[in-house]
Write a protein that binds this ligand. Structure first.
Ligand SMILES: [Zn+2]
Length: 183
């Protein structure tokens, strides 16, 4: 299958305010999120603002399938927070915020966020766009499908996104495997 290149399909905003430095090494994890805002625009406004909470994704995927690049892929974005892979330490009531001692997979990962209200079904356009983006970066960086993960898998007990009802990750990795195989 012939796919159009990234430049023609992605809108490059690169406007997230808070992010880290240029990566020292290529990413080895693709991390899936859902936003907590109502609209993609509200998330863009949030990421472009100087809120105290420092957050950024690489890509925001709107309900119509639009892919908005918020942070350059070669730059470390702030999307995972306290996290680890493999073997993340789950959060507990006694240690809800830093169960991994403040370690994070940010430097190892690319962050993709579906615009979503909690529990809302993803649109087919959002799924298609994310499959395409994940396939592009999985191939570019040689990332195996079993390292395409949900935020809740790397920060268990602390983060719930994407909810399993929104995207079951076994199903997602199966879809992506099929998509890559159709290349
Ligand atoms: Zn998340």
């Amino acid at each position: 299958m012939t796919r159009p290149n990234l430049q023609s399909r992605v809108t490059r905003l690169d406007s997230a305010v808070h992010h880290g430095p240029v990566r020292a090494s290529a990413p080895t994890i693709l991390l899936m999120h859902t936003t907590e805002g109502d609209s993609a625009q509200s998330s863009i406004d949030y990421l472009n603002s100087t809120h105290d909470k420092k957050a950024s994704y690489h890509y925001l995927i709107d309900r119509d399938g639009t892919m908005l690049r918020m942070t350059r892929p070669d730059i470390i974005a702030y999307h995972a927070g306290d996290s680890a892979w493999p073997d993340p330490v789950p959060a507990t009531p006694e240690n809800p915020d830093r169960p991994n001692g403040g370690r994070s997979i940010n430097a190892q990962s690319l962050g993709f966020a579906w615009a979503n209200r909690a529990g809302e079904a993803l649109t087919s356009a959002q799924i298609e766009s994310a499959l395409w983006l994940c396939s592009v970066y999985a191939q570019l960086y040689n990332i195996p499908v079993d390292r395409v993960l949900a935020h809740r898998e790397v920060s268990p007990g602390r983060k719930e996104d994407p909810l399993p009802s929104v995207m079951d990750m076994v199903a997602w990795r199966t879809l992506l495997t099929t998509y890559l195989g159709a290349d």
